[in-house]
Design a protein around this ligand. Sequence first.
Ligand code: FAD
Length: 283
Amino acid sequence: MTHHHEDPRVISLESEHYNARLMRREDQTSDLATFWVRYEGEPVPFEPGQYMTIGVYVDGKLVQRPYSVASAPAVAGEEGYEFYVRLVPVMRFTTLMWRLPVGHEMRMIGPKGKFLLEPDDDRTHLFVSTGTGIAPFISMIRQLLAAGKPRRTVVLHGASYADELGYRDLLEGWQRDRTYPVTYVPTVSRPADPRNTGWTGRTGRAEAVVQAVCRDLGLRPEKTVVYICGNPEMILNVEAILMDHGFPEFHVKKELYWPKGKTVPAPDGGAPARPALESPAAS
Ligand SMILES: Cc1cc2nc3c(=O)[nH]c(=O)nc-3n(C[C@H](O)[C@H](O)[C@H](O)COP(=O)(O)OP(=O)(O)OC[C@H]3O[C@@H](n4cnc5c(N)ncnc54)[C@H](O)[C@@H]3O)c2cc1C
């Protein structure tokens, strides 16, 4: 497995194209972290659900990737843009990001993307994600909360381990205090693993529980809009299950973080299950 500290590439300290700076970083596990990147000048407006592309120069070449913004637009000037990122053990961009010291300059462009809330949508919002795919939903809720226009929301978030459930405290807090009308449904896919000892919530992958969640919470196809983000296999599986249960296609919106069928090499350094290819956003 390629670890970030084994990545020997030298990240350029300076470039005339750098326009932003890494302001802050918080590690959740050894391979999940939140990064805040701020423009040197005025922030660029974005809509929740959109992504920015961030990068650094290595050997004169820009290495950059797109990331959904997790923060609300209003804080972009002060805190910057918040990104929730998983370290992928291949020597591409995230191994550079993990080695980047706070204060380092970066290049950031954007926003882009059409994974957006509909204006004045009074349907129940079902947000389904795995891993870092929860990021755009956090931005959406933060924005609706700030605007004083909450929407009835169900957040179904899948992870392998309970300690990977990013934004859990925030979501549990909103639900507990009724700050936001959200029902938070975390699920772990490896309940027997010692890392999940003590877990009492749902178990199984997001696609395995989504139908039960709809049934238990009384989510009716005609009154629900579904947003699915993250792993492409999960997205297409969840979509197929929902279609089978009467959700019209136009009630389902999707954001795929990489093309279906492309995985990284096996963690033990063995052959990949499928070819490991560059993402479409690769520089
Ligand atoms: C619109 C869009 C928004 C995105 N937003 C985020 C985000 O908010 N957070 C984030 O971590 N990633 C996000 N990604 C993925 C991100 O752009 C990178 O692909 C990822 O960080 C890995 O970068 P890399 O250069 O190390 O490897 P890459 O060469 O880009 O990817 C190699 C392989 O890693 C796997 N992979 C990629 N992203 C992930 C991931 N998030 N979790 C698990 N496996 C992954 C895939 O199998 C992919 O083929 C987004 C992608 C797109 C297209």
